[in-house]
Design a protein. Structure first.
Length: 322
């Protein structure tokens, strides 16, 4: 963060959130809350978008009255300590990696969140009300109905691994760069709906392009493959090496991975390594050439091109924010 980065003060929080969020306790006297970019947008009736790319400047608590909705949250950096009617959750990851969270809220609840001084939060949240789904003709889908109602539980929380496509969409939402307010709203609405659609395809077990009919042992194979990728064990391995480790041929693994994740294994790994490089740039201040090496690129120029295509911002611009 630079000295020119916007400061969000206590008096501005209610205005930014549409009077939805309030400070509580002694923290209500705090002044400087965030440094960075924070926004809540109602894109259309029943569809809203919340974006955060900011540093928390104080320890403070907030509350809001949460109404029934389906919320898809992509935590790109940092952790959120929240509660619903006093039931605590911690979302996000402490250092590396990203987490997707779906919250299906079927009854009004008191939402509370605790901010931690010095923590950088990067997240994108898309919220859809039941009325939006009904108006869009989704009420007859059994999978969605089960997800919304959560077997008649007031609150359903699901955690999942975001696809490479979802991470790309999240970065595009954080950095729209349109300039024109009307065009930007249209752009953000299209991306928000795509995030919701992609997340729903993961949660209902259906690829955005084709149904996933994987059997239990095939799902287990994909989970093992993801463990190899995310642990770094498979860094430098070929597709054949990974396939041999999980007990199948390369073509079978490629087909099953595509069906499960909606993208190829190569593209998934490429996007994951680019995300690691971005985190190293932001959190460790590594050079562009070092970030290229982390992402597996021998050429810093090729890395910069791929990085900007994925995130809509160059590695140098990321470093300039430090």
């Amino acid at each position: 963060m630079t000295s020119s980065t916007p400061i969000v003060r206590a008096g501005e929080l209610a205005q930014l959130s549409g009077d939805a969020i309030r400070l509580v306790g002694d923290e209500s006297r705090a002044d400087r809350l965030f440094q960075g970019h924070l926004s809540w947008r109602r894109l259309r009736s029943g569809l809203s978008l919340h974006c955060s790319d900011c540093l928390e400047l104080q320890d403070f608590a907030t509350q809001a009255e949460a109404r029934p909705h389906l919320n898809f949250i992509l935590f790109l950096q940092g952790r959120s300590e929240v509660s619903y009617d006093g039931k605590p959750f911690t979302f996000g990851t402490p250092r590396t990696g990203c987490e997707g969270v779906t919250i299906a809220l079927n009854e009004p609840m008191l939402f509370a969140r605790r901010a931690r001084r010095g923590q950088h939060i990067r997240k994108v949240s898309v919220s859809l009300t039941p009325e939006w789904f009904e108006a869009s003709g989704f009420e007859a889908q059994a999978e969605l109905k089960a997800l919304l109602q959560g077997d008649y539980r007031p609150l359903n929380v699901l955690r999942w691994q975001p696809s490479a496509r979802l991470l790309t969409l999240a970065e595009q939402v954080l950095h729209p760069g349109c300039g024109n307010r009307l065009l930007e709203n249209l752009y953000l609405e299209s991306r928000a709906l795509e995030i919701a659609g992609e997340a729903l395809s993961l949660l209902t077990g259906q690829s955005a392009s084709a149904p996933s009919n994987l059997r239990p042992h095939e799902h287990q194979r994909i989970r093992r493959t993801l463990e190899l990728l995310h642990s770094g064990t498979a860094d430098g391995w070929s597709l054949e090496d990974i396939a041999q480790e999980v007990g199948c041929c390369a073509s079978t693994l490629q087909r099953q991975f595509q069906a499960a994740k909606g993208t190829s294994l190569f593209e998934y790994q490429r996007q994951r390594k680019l995300q690691q490089a971005r985190e190293a740039l932001e959190q460790q201040g590594v050079s562009v050439s070092q970030a290229a090496w982390i992402a597996g690129y021998g050429s810093a120029a090729n890395f910069s091109t791929a990085f900007k295509r994925a995130f809509g911002i160059s590695p140098k611009q990321v470093r300039a924010r430090l």
